[in-house]
Design a protein around this ligand. Structure first.
Ligand code: GUN
Ligand code: ZN
Length: 452
């Protein structure tokens, strides 16, 4: 399962992006479509691609995934590891949901054994869903961040994480204090930031659960260690926005709370950003901070509809994220299909290209990791996933019809139908830096992974 030949060739339909598609352009020139090609990987890095009819020599290990999509692994820019325990919990909006389900569940991760088991389960689940890199929240416990870093290192995965900062408005068992949190962060940064594919993120849960003193400490960490990420939530829910305004009357807006603390920079990931105004969007664009749009979470918790067009018009970068357990799936195609519906509810249409870009190359660029992941460009680490075009009779039928069509946007029509109907059962295999880290049960036999 973890052996990696020095030279590996994967055959399939290659799909990635060479630029940024417009939000609604089905004919975007940024799409790179290479049906039936061999993707060539040497020592974990992509080195090129050649047509299926021209297989590389016998010194290449070959895997034939003909009739499957081969794409860059998805990048989930906002997801909570311990919340697999509460995914799909009934009946509340954000603040209730945190109190009723989430905070109790997160207390389990105080126990190192639970944190290690939970981290392994979570990262294996990401790989099984075709996601090879992520920005993840563990819990307030330093041990939970340590467990995630270790689990990601064992799998060779690109991971952005850091212990959650919370020193108020949460159960005592989940609250830290400024000095203790700073010491924990410094120790984790020294141990993990820049080690292999790990990056540390100063992880302010949200303005409501941090005192002004803790926010100031978090800003100081960002200044002290250039290159750190910062991740938090912003303007997700109207009651949350009202509470933030009460707690920080001096700030112009919820986003401005973070700006005043020195937390907005080009490595800042802000989840949701539903209830923002034009000045907020200008601030995001100016600082280079980006929004992780979380459609299944926003619909499930009834938080609101993210205005992607306004963000794009203001020059704000946007990635798409699952936000499990507020979100209802780790599967990025299902998440992107919901992103389409969130725009449809606002009278707009999101192309499959814009959606897929936001979970691959767009996410990588927003994270300033565009040199490492997000496309099938030579030089990139080979984080790659093989997807079936369809699962089950309805999707198979629909895909056959899409393949038979010959209009100018036929490829978009086929990929859009795939995106709308796909789920994780269609992930045949996931490679991380050229190493197969997950294979579907049916694809685990040597016959199934036949050489081409
Ligand atoms: N805001 C603060 N914490 C959380 C969380 O865990 N999930 C979501 N969706 N929003 C939050
Ligand atoms: Zn979240």
């Amino acid at each position: 399962m973890t052996a990696s030949p020095d030279r590996l060739a994967l055959r399939g339909d290659l799909l990635d992006f060479t630029g940024t598609p417009a939000l609604d352009d089905a004919a975007s020139p940024a799409v790179r479509w290479r049906p039936d090609h061999w993707l060539l990987i040497e020592r974990g890095r992509i080195v090129g691609a050649v047509p299926g009819s021209q297989p590389p020599g016998d010194d290449w290990a070959r895997e034939d995934h003909r009739g499957r999509l081969l794409m860059p692994g998805f990048i989930d820019t906002h997801v909570h590891c311990p919340q697999l325990d509460v995914i799909a919990s009934y009946g509340s909006s954000l603040l209730d949901w945190l109190d009723t389900y989430t905070f109790p569940a997160e207390q389990r991760f105080a126990d190192a054994e639970a944190a290690h088991a939970g981290s392994a389960l979570f990262l294996d689940a990401l790989l099984a869903h075709g996601t090879t890199a992520a920005a993840v929240y563990p819990t307030v416990h330093a041990t939970s961040a340590e467990a995630l870093f270790q689990a990601a290192a064992a799998r060779g995965m690109r991971l952005v994480t850091g212990k959650v900062l919370m020193d108020r408005h949460a159960p005592p068992a989940l609250c830290d204090d400024v000095a203790g949190a700073e010491a924990d962060c410094e120790a984790l940064i020294a141990r993990w930031h820049g080690r292999g594919r790990a990056s540390y993120a100063v992880t302010v849960r949200f303005a409501i659960t941090s005192t002004p003193a803790q926010l100031a400490m978090a800003g100081e960490l960002c200044r002290r260690h250039p290159g750190l990420y910062m991740q938090t939530h912003v303007a997700e829910n109207r009651d949350e926005v009202r509470w933030a305004a009460e707690l920080f009357p001096e700030a112009r807006s919820y986003l401005d709370v973070y700006h005043r603390a020195g937390l907005l920079n080009e490595r800042a990931i802000l989840a949701h950003g539903i209830w923002l105004d034009d000045a907020d969007r200008a601030l995001l664009a100016g600082t280079g901070a980006h929004i992780a749009h979380c459609p299944t979470s926003n619909l499930f918790l009834g938080s609101g509809l993210f205005d992607w067009a306004a963000a794009r018009a203001a020059g704000v970068r946007v990635s798409v994220a699952t936000d499990v357990g507020g979100g209802t799936t780790l599967c990025m195609p299902r998440t992107l299909a919901e992103a389409y519906k969130v725009q449809a509810l606002q009278g707009r249409r999101l192309s499959a290209w814009a959606a897929l870009h936001a979970a691959t190359r767009g996410a990588a660029e927003a994270l300033r990791l565009g040199d490492e992941i997000g496309s099938l460009e030579p030089g990139q680490l080979a984080d790659v996933v093989a997807w079936d075009w369809a699962h089950g009779p309805v999707a198979t039928h629909r895909d056959r019809i899409a393949q038979a069509q010959a209009h100018p946007h036929a490829l978009h029509a086929r990929v859009f139908a795939w995106l709308t109907l796909a789920d994780e059962r269609q992930v045949a295999a996931s490679w991380v830096a050229g190493v197969p880290r997950w294979r579907r049960e049916a694809d685990r036999t040597p016959q199934a992974a036949a050489l081409g």
